[in-house]
Design a protein around this ligand. Structure first.
Ligand code: URP
Ligand code: ZN
Ligand code: ZN
Length: 475
């Protein structure tokens, strides 16, 4: 892996990790953090970044993105170049994207397809892959799954919703969990009951209810809670480590919390959209609201407080973006039938800005907790720690110099995704990344892009750092 050979001094910043904070200097050499001290100016670094009055954070890691993901007849509109640039502006230095197995495809073929996307859209930040398993109909797939950790893919995703496309049945879910338990890999689930959602959608359409609001009405929180509980029980029985993605409500988060209290290796993620938006955005049949169609949908506003509480208490471990951008023209596929609107929202650039603005500034979480949620916990769960996810000698110099005084109003006018709207348009934030380094190389300098596509690399990930796993007999 190529590294930057020159040395760099990051001077006088507030160095913030999940567990502490000191004011000091960081010396970066050959892409790694070489020294941390109170005055390293005598080391004669080639270059210097003045970080006085600013926070220096470990680079954020987004474990949930969808670049060029197929959805029905279309694809998310960011590739690894444009999505990675948006991420970099938002302080994200690595992301883990979902490689989707097409029905009938081998898992190795699916991975090769995703490596092709990485070549077609070279990234500026580092990239890893999860595999999203959709088809285990051939027995060889299980052996391929067992070998995936050798290719640096140590997390297996299963969709319990999106019937007739990505959704798997419990047989596939459970067999994948058994392989994950054998290999120590992490199971990720999109937890919604896809069969019942499909029934509710068919009933709505038969009743002529085709407008956008029916996306919300056909995906009630009960169906997310039910699937979360099912996934937890199946993981317990199989002995697999489980990570529930995009939890939108407190009841589902409580199931994760209880299972972990009982000693099960289960973690939960929520996403910026559930912290910043509520279901009023879909209380309309004006098609402009199609921009807010993602799954699970935004919930009642009271859930935002419950999610912040779960983040502050450690019950939820990660805030991801679930970056899945579609332009309004693509959303129009569902103009006459809400169920055809491609699901997902852009957000890779806004994640740190929103968590800082809505979480840290009002005192709901501390700066240290923010670092845990956006960097250290994803690094540990997705096999990147301690190479990434913290600030320590020997780590990759993935760093964000964050100015807490910069004021911005979120707007499609300057955000960097290829979408033609932002679901966070108009939200004012105070605090933003000004310089971003990936393995010691400046990617963003003074809020300008200074790197060429291709400076980011594929990262082969290790196994998750997990807690105790207890099988059903131990309950
Ligand atoms: O609506 C969403 N979340 N779209 C992206 C795919 C997924 O379900 O994560
Ligand atoms: Zn999902
Ligand atoms: Zn997703």
């Amino acid at each position: 892996m190529s590294q930057v050979k020159e040395s760099l001094l990051v001077r006088g910043g507030r160095l913030i990790t999940e567990v502490d904070e000191v004011v000091g200097d960081l010396l970066v050499e050959d892409g790694k953090i070489a020294m941390i001290g109170s005055d390293l100016s005598s080391q004669g670094a080639d270059r210097e970044i003045d970080a006085r009055g600013r926070y220096v954070l470990p680079g954020c890691i987004d474990p949930h993105t969808h670049m060029k993901m197929p959805f029905g007849p279309t694809f998310t509109c960011d590739d690894f170049t444009s999505g990675g640039i948006a991420g970099a502006f938002g302080g994200t230095t690595s992301h883990v994207d979902f490689c989707m197995q097409a029905k009938g495809q081998t898992l190795d073929e699916a991975l090769d397809t995703w490596f092709g996307k990485l070549e077609e859209g070279p990234p500026v930040i580092d990239v890893g892959f999860h595999i999203a398993v959709t088809d285990l109909s051939s027995p060889e797939r299980l052996d391929e799954l067992r070998r995936l950790p050798e290719r640096g893919v140590t997390s297996f995703k299963l969709f319990m919703a999106y019937k007739d496309s990505f959704m798997v049945n419990d047989d596939t879910l459970f067999r994948t969990m058994e392989v994950a338990a054998e290999t120590g890999s992490l199971i990720m689930v999109h937890a919604e009951n896809g069969d019942v959602i499909d029934l509710l959608i068919r009933r709505a359409l038969e009743a002529g209810q085709t407008g956008v609001r029916h996306h919300l009405l056909t995906r009630p929180p009960e169906l997310e809670v039910e699937a979360t509980g099912r996934a937890i029980e199946l993981a317990r029985l199989s002995g697999a480590n489980l990570y529930v993605v995009h939890i939108s409500n407190g009841a589902a988060a409580t199931l994760v919390e209880r299972a972990r209290e009982e000693g099960q290796a289960v973690w939960g993620e929520t996403c910026s959209q559930y912290l910043a938006l509520d279901d009023s955005v879909l209380d309309t049949d004006d098609f402009e609201a199609a921009r807010y169609v993602f799954s699970p949908p935004a919930r009642d506003i009271s859930e935002q407080d419950r999610l912040w509480e779960k983040l502050a208490s450690g019950s939820l471990s990660v805030v991801a973006s679930d970056h899945a951008p579609f332009r309004m023209k693509q959303r129009a596929l569902g103009k006459d039938d809400f169920s055809q609107i491609p699901n997902g929202a852009p957000g890779i650039e806004e994640r740190l800005l929103l968590v800082h603005e809505l979480g840290v500034r009002p005192g709901r979480i501390s700066l240290n907790q923010m670092v845990g949620l956006l960097s250290t916990h994803p690094a540990k769960l997705f096999g990147l720690y301690p190479r990434k996810g913290t600030i320590a000698v020997g780590c990759d110099a993935d760093l964000v110099v964050f100015d807490p005084e910069v004021e911005l109003t979120l707007s499609v006018d300057w955000l960097h995704s290829r979408t033609d709207y932002s679901v966070y348009e108009g939200i004012k934030v105070k605090g933003a990344p000004v310089d971003v380094l990936v393995r010691g190389q400046e990617i963003i300098r003074d809020r300008e892009l200074v790197a060429e596509p291709g400076t980011g690399r594929f990262i082969a990930r290790g196994l998750p750092v997990t807690g105790p796993t207890r099988k059903r007999s131990g309950r």
